[in-house]
Ligand binder design. Sequence first.
Ligand SMILES: Cc1ncc(COP(=O)(O)O)c(C=O)c1O
Length: 399
Amino acid sequence: MTTLEGLRRTPNALAPHYSRFGVADRLLLTGHSHQAWPDVALVGQTEAFDDAAAAVDGKWDRAFARAERVREGYRRLLDDPGGEIALGTNTHELVVRLLSALDLRARPRLVTTDGEFHTLRRQLARLGEEGVDVVRVAADPAESLAERLAAAVDGRTSAVLVSAVLFETSRIVPHLGDLADTCQAREAELLVDAYHALGPVPLLVKESGLGNAWLVGGGYKYLQLGEGNCFLRLPPHSETLRPVVTGWFAEFSALTGGEEPEHVAYGPGAIRFAGATYDPTSHYRAARVLDFFERQKLTPSFLQRVYQHQTGLLARYFDDLGAPDELITRDRDTPRSAFGGFLALRTPHATRIQEALASRGVHTDSRGQYLRFGPAPYLSDNQLENSIAVLDEVLRNLS
Ligand SMILES: Cc1ncc(COP(=O)(O)O)c(C=O)c1O
């Protein structure tokens, strides 16, 4: 049974399961971007090769079983039993498929925020160049964001697209359930980018009032699934949508040779949002890692405790440095419980500091004016303390 005390210790109780990534001997504070994979991930990758070698084209039944395991993993994480889950290599392909299903001629308005990850930012900006009316609501202050987005929804709005946790600041966006109600009342779709929630912040579909919303996310960050494991959770009314961007797997159950060239048919449920031939290795790896998380009892509520502890500790060690605010600071007005799985420090020197940290063996990253420290369950308290001690060194050299 994994306990918080076991993770705090040196050596961290989970660390031996990550021997290939050597997590006990490195300071990998990029947990918000890409966590280490447990050793069982390699077993999954080898299985994918072995199935391909043994069954050749017959491997697909085995591959689809792994894909179903991944869907089931997301259903459990979202507490969405029986939920319809489409899988994709990245969130971009899934978002594009959803956007292609909207009636942008009749309802040309898309409402989003200025704090979205580049996948949405760039794609929506490009659609804006083509004449779609893209409304960008200020992400700050996050406390009132859902309300301000709801106010921007009108009868011409096709969809609202917003993150559950903001990727630059780690701030949780509250009241998304109320926004979902407004969207439903005005017949607009709500897409929640849950990538930074899954792992550190439980996002339970019904409890959050998101039963009628679309959720997109993936496993490359906190879930340790590696690349190629993204998902789109469909609301019940998705049955009425016909994505224009559609791969042949979307009519899999209907492929019998009797297709009508003039009329595009869709399979049931999430099949309607499927793509085409993909590399199934990622699902084999993910299936193993999801099993590992369940064996270790790394449940959403336990993980939330771990991340709250770890980011709280990083914040405290950082505050103890007494660094001048104009050099580097953090949002001290908002309680830690309003943040997700990383500590965002604001500094005009984010890139320089990140590079100096990396040259001293502390791996972090930076986004604009934010330096991001992302812990992970396999790091001990000592490792967190050591990484902030290195930050202290770097700041002294800088000033
Ligand atoms: C909020 C958020 N959404 C999505 C992504 C990933 O997008 P994609 O899967 O399209 O590369 C990231 C980061 O990688 C992110 O931070």
